[in-house]
Design a protein around this ligand. Sequence first.
Ligand code: NAP
Length: 292
Amino acid sequence: MLIKSNESTTLFQFYMSYNDASYLLLGSPVEQSLSPLIHNTAFRCLGLPSRYAAQEIAKSQVATSIKHIDGEHIFGANVTIPYKQAVLPYLDGISPVAKRVGAVNTIYFANGRKMGHNTDVEGFLKPLSALGLQPKHVVILGSGGAARAVMVAAEEGLKASRISVVSRNLLSARAACHDLQIGEAWDFSSLDQLIPDASLIVNATPVGMWPKIDTSPIPDSITFLPSQTIYDLVYNPEETRLLQAARVQGARTLGGLSMLIAQAAASFKIWTGLEMPVDGVEMALRAHLSSK
Ligand code: NAP
């Protein structure tokens, strides 16, 4: 369900438009988001009456939208680009992880207080923990919202001794490293020095994402080692050109679908106290993505 409200939407109209929705996704754009499919599949699998709806909002609607999450009609929300930072002033508190990343992707109630949390860090780490990796040098491509969560995960979760942040704009990489006090900033011209030394390489840019599936953030001239793990946060396609090249060269690969499910499962657990039925959700996602 996708709802578009405008500035004159009243509180009553807002609730009526949601019908029985009890959880929201706030962002812009949200039309292509897979979060409604993930959460509504999980609610259905567990026989819960809850509904999850995507709400496209303008920047001027952030404050009112957060007010509408009242714990009586609407129990929680996800926040996506470009409002993960903009929601911070309207919450009663934020978790240490959200504070560290500087961005909220999950809103929930605890003891009557409207709280913000960030499940991207946990979602990123979950598929890696199954592999038992202890990477020394993590190279992160991109310096946006996802990259920042990966930087925190690399430092606090993976305890990496070296973290390199690579951006097409060196100033953006420097800003991310400065804000979080994590890592060293590089631009893409340094990839041929950085990649051979890396144990984990993470693509946190949209390069390779459908429909531009023939692109890769790492040029073909740079090769991978069997000891390296390449983790692409892009989930459509499931195997990006980057991952295909890495697999052929014998490196270990991880796609973004498992993180997508893991970060959603973490939000779901916070809201419902229940484990998300991830097998059912994964099946629904694969069916949806292959039908496109
Ligand atoms: P974002 O905040 O917009 O950041 C995007 C980053 O990618 C920026 O650093 C941007 O650099 C860089 N970039 C964009 N186009 C580029 C290009 N052509 N070449 C090199 N760098 C480029 O977006 P985000 O939220 O971090 O998301 C990044 C990617 O991760 C998206 O594909 C998203 O779908 C994926 N993601 C996946 C999950 C998951 O659960 N699997 C979760 C979050 C995000 P500039 O600053 O120079 O523009």
